[in-house]
Design a protein around this ligand. Sequence first.
Ligand code: GAL
Length: 997
Amino acid sequence: MDLSSREPAVGTLPPRARFRSSLGEQSLNSNRGEQKLNSNRGEQKLNSNRGEQKLNSNSGEQKLNGDWRFRLSPSLAAAPEGIEAEDFDDSSWDTIPVPSSWPMHGYGAPAYTNVQYPFPLDPPFVPDENPIGDHRLTFDADESLLQGAVLRFDGVDSTADVWLNGELLGTTRGSRLMNEFDVSHLLRAAGNVLVMRVAQWSASSYLEDQDMWWLPGIFRDVTVMARPAQAIRDLFVHADYADQTGTLRVDVDGDLPAEVRIDELGVVAAAGQQVKISNVIGWTAEQPKLYTAKISTELETIELKIGFRTITVADSQVLINGKPIMFRGVNRHEHHPDLGRVVPRSVVESELRLMKQHNINAIRTSHYPPHPVLLELADELGFYVIDECDLETHGFAMNQWRRNPVADPDWRPALVDRMSRTVHRDKNHPSVLIWSLGNECGTGDNLRVMAETARNIDPARLIHYEGDWSSTYVDLYSRMYAPVDEVHKIGEKTEEPLDDEAADAHRRELPFVLCEYIHAMGNGPGGMSEYQELFDRYPRLVGGFVWEWLEHGIRRRTDDGTEYFGYGGDFGEQVHDGNFVIDGLVSADREPRPGLIDLKKVYEPVAIDVDDAWRTITITNKYAFSDLDHLRWDWAAEDADGRYAAGVLTTVEVAAGQQATANLPAEIAAARRAGAVLTVTARLAKDTNWATEGHEIAWGQAGSVAATEQSVSGGSPVVHEADVLVLGPARFDATTGRLTDLAGTRIDGPRLNLWRAPTDNDNGMDWHIKRRESAGWQEVRLDQLQGRLADVAEIEDDHGHGLRVTTRYAAPSYDRHVDVITTWRSDGSRIRMQATLVPQGEWSPSWARIGLDFVLGGGYDNLAWAGQGPGQKYPDTGQAARLGYFTSSVADLQVPYVRPQENGSRWAQRLTLTGDRPLTFSSADGFAFAARPWSQQALAAAEHTVDLVADGRLHLTIDHRQLGIGTASCGPGVLPAYRLDPAQLTETDLRMELIIE
Ligand code: GAL
């Protein structure tokens, strides 16, 4: 097995089957393969590569998925010899399903690294300790395959030698690319023996350093396709669109005359003939109209879905069918919590529906060509796709990019081959708009040649690569995680110039895309709206792709069977990157995280604004093509007692890209009252293939939740009972100044809280201010504040009687402190707390919160609030939190982030803990609250969800101010407007008021 060959060694194809891969002549078992590849001749050959796309022919195919014989060896040296022989005895081997990632089936273990390679950088060689997975299958072939056939692998990680009936076919290269071998001369009706020796590490691993689990195996379908001699070798559909007219030409590479038919359009044409077709519906993500084309020769008919669309760049914008579009995108990796790289079709279908349901219209297939099913579904459901080549060499950065394959001529043929195979595999999908050369490979001339390769094959699509900011050979200026202020400048075209004037002039005219932004790791991402506002304002900003769609958790179970998701380091890896693999808008099980719910609001294709008097509505249609006929509109008014009025609005007509204001029916203004909220919702008027009629697309609100009665007079005097001070329903410990009992409920608080269990974003390094929030907190020991009662005094003034408690909070070893002066009054049934903070000394550059903690005994499992909900909200998140009246169990308030961290905060004006003795907290100014069955310290100490155990109490934190969340886990931190810098606090920041009853 030649593991060090710099690709592409594919199979031995007999001459008549040049079809599919012209690489065939490069034989795996010859060392000369490597030298050939180093020569320029390799490149020319690769450019002539045709085919390698799945043709849906009626000539037949047979899936070889199923249970295969399997044996894992720790190295090539330890692997058994002679496995390719037909009569090799594999009866003692185990069986494994194909497709599979073998570490997910108990063989070896998954391993996670982000940038760093887990083996020494010694390209193109890999360590001797290289897990080898031997696979064998005996199968009978369908009759239809015996006139000529091709064996196709959709994905093998990382490389495999393949034998059929004792003969070596060749070696696969490119884990996420298709590999095909002609087997016409070998296939027989019964007892075929297919043998694959799969190596975890190979030269290919240097090109596949994506931030994800290392998971070897035959992880996509294995198929034998009937390809008799004279079968069609390749198809290339060119289907353009302008002004309701389609221009079609289907290029067919084959020996027989071919005819193209599209019955729905009455089209009959010869292969290669260009035809103009009128009354065509163009393909867009908003209306993904597909036509079925049949391409027939006397031998076979191939069916293909065609979308007519044209992509161009004009005025620094990306145009589809002549109209500018915006990418409301996500990056999507392929991962399954139980199966690894194998993602069942049903899961892909449901996740793409989930994306559409959340107003997502674009996917970057980070960082490799996806399973072909994804593109079929993207065509059907309507997504704009950036299809990325299987290429990342990021780990070379740790060695100052020395010997980086993209800058090394020896690797050029391999890279060009990968690009060419990507384009050929996916060139007939209307959803694919853009070819991406790869991800995070630094810079190098091979990238330019890859761009040329893609452009030569397919001049009709755009080219993308982020890693070379000079952007000379690409069609988009692309960046990842650029901060809002820089994106603003790029929108205005006032960004910093490049040194090279020509390159700068070129780049300044390009459309700008954020191929990755708003890093959705753990609690967050914060600050999404600010980007969207810029995208909406500046035409040059064509949108972005959130990092990333999916968390890559791997399901594990404790001894008692409780499930949780594992991450890097949980599988005995020596080199790993911890929980950095857990970033996503949905969990590995595709459960939406709060970030996805918020993103749906941010990505709304329709903005709805209702005026304060509930008289007018302003609607902005942000679709590029659609009017609003597919939506229906309803309204509802609710107050503390629930919904009291509702109705349907007549459809509002606003053309794509336009805004209009209309009067609302008079009954709506008539329904307006104090403490009431009006919600206008746009819903799907009929079923689509991704959601049912009534699905919510967008909403807008006006009104407010009930203001609270503020006057609590100091009618009750303080009564002394031994070490207890009694004020109305409240009892205070005279030695600590803290509440111990409230109307018969045991309570301990308030305690000043300036900290939070660090989020992944708090732990991240803000790229611009070069600081980690949580490190600052740790330095001043914000999590260890100790309180000392400094003073307790009875007061009597114009407001009546009261109790004033002054507590000094400080951290061990330090003299900086905060005095909290709390004044309590009671009218006999309620109490009012007014607190003032007086900080002294230099603190960390941020506090996580200005909050008060209360701990209650058991019995409070549910609560109700008037404010914003139902989901969590922090200063720069929670765009989806709406005004209203909500109830929840305490358990449901918790967000089970894979690595536990601060979560679950809601904004309220009134909060009721609904136990036997309900307790209500209110404030006209509003506050944030978090109610948890465990302490903040326990939350911070937990490494996995299963570490969190309810302690039988309710831990309530009421926040007056909070620090935003930001996205410093990868990228910019908290924006200035959402910071909480103790040096900048105003008087209002330092005063809070709460009524408890
Ligand atoms: C980007 C990279 C992604 C991922 C992300 C952090 O730089 O392209 O693959 O690593 O950072 O989650």
